[in-house]
Structure formats: structure tokens, C-alpha cells
Design a protein around this ligand. Sequence first.
Ligand SMILES: C[S@@+](CC[C@H](N)C(=O)[O-])C[C@H]1O[C@@H](n2cnc3c(N)ncnc32)[C@H](O)[C@@H]1O
Length: 217
Amino acid sequence: MTEERVPADYTGMDLVVAKHFDEKVRENFMPAIISTVKQIREDYGVFEGVCVDIGCGTAVFAIELCRPSSRLKIYALEKENAIYEVARKNIEKERLTERIIPVLGDAHKLPFEGDFADFIISRGSYHCWEDKVRVFKEIYRVLKKGGTGFVGGGFGRYVTEEEANRMKALRDHSLKEDAKAYSSPDKLREVINKAGISKSDFRVSYDRAGLWAEIRK
Ligand SMILES: C[S@@+](CC[C@H](N)C(=O)[O-])C[C@H]1O[C@@H](n2cnc3c(N)ncnc32)[C@H](O)[C@@H]1O
């Protein structure tokens, strides 16, 4: 079992720890981010329109999603001040300020009007949400008609088995009890049902790509 940990107590994190969190994510989880972005682009053809990334962390995922030949405008939403600050700097460093808008805000009360986003992504934030039903209601509200949400956690289908095992061990060690959220598909289905999203508008998958809910509006 790995001794290494990635900081996972996000609440009240200071800037030093937030920078360390950013380094650790890049060092350890880049294969998962690249793999999940590739999967999303293949499955949903997300190249333009408005995207919201909920719980964006230091925006590493949003930056990857926005890279080759995409015209997406991404609103990268993060609740923690210090992590938001690092995200803002990362977006600036990558010269993507026209394409990625950092937003300080809470998933439980998304600061967007209804029917705003063509695509909503949230990777690795679900385990943190105190009121998961409320967040799914918010996601559905903010999605445009015809839009898609992809919410959950995992490493995407393009990581090797060796990479997946290494990242899973590190994630489980870092998140402790909270990691169970990503191996509980029935719980995820129950939450989405309680949010009032009709069965025909969502699908939960639990496979080598991780645990994901796909929501269509
Ligand atoms: C494990 S990180 C995932 C970061 C990024 N999505 C990725 O895939 O690398 C989870 C992030 O969700 C944020 N978060 C947790 N609860 C949130 C909430 N209610 N609203 C917005 N962000 C939240 C945390 O502060 C943290 O930065």
C-alpha cells in the first residue's frame, strides 16, 4: 500500500497546501485526466458551446479539455479560495483566460441561470457534496435542453491497468472513507432519482472508466 497522499482536506486549505495539491495532482493523476478528456471528446464530441466544470480544483482538467482544437468556453467552478487562486494562475499561465473563466462558488447553489450550459462535467468532486441531491437538481437546472452532464469519478477508459491500479490505490489512501462514493453505483442512482431526474434522462455506468452518471436534458 502506498504511503503517499494527495491533500484531500479541501475546506479552508491555504495557498501553500493548494500549490502542493496542484503539484501532486499533476505528478500522479495526469494519465486519468488525459484519458477522461479523450473519452469525453469521443463520446460527446465536446468542441464548442458552454461548459461548466464543477469542483474544478486547480483547473488542470479544464485546461486539458480546452486544448486541441476546441472552441469551448469553460466556466471552472471551485468553492475553496486558495484552490481557486491556483486555478486562476494556471489558466493565466496557459494563456487561456479568454476560454476558461474561473468562478468562485458552491455546487449547491450554482451561480448560473437555468438552461445555461451545453455540457457539465464534474470529476472527483461528488464525494465532497454534503447534499448530493441538491447538487444534481442544480446540475439539471443549469443544463440546456439537449445538453449533457457527466458527473462522477474515475480514470477514464484509456489508462492501462497498471496506471489504474496505481491511481486507485493512491486515491483510496488519500480519500479514506470518502472513496467509497466511487464504488457505490446504487447510491448514485438513488441520489439522482431523489433529485427528480427522470429515469429516461440519466444512466449510471460503473466499469473500468470509473463511476459516472450521464445526464441528458
Ligand atoms: C479531487 S478535487 C477534483 C479536481 C478536478 N475536478 C480534477 O478532476 O482533477 C475536488 C475539488 O472539488 C472541490 N469542491 C468540493 N466541494 C465543492 C462544492 N460544493 N462546490 C464547488 N467545489 C467543490 C474541492 O474544493 C476540490 O478542489
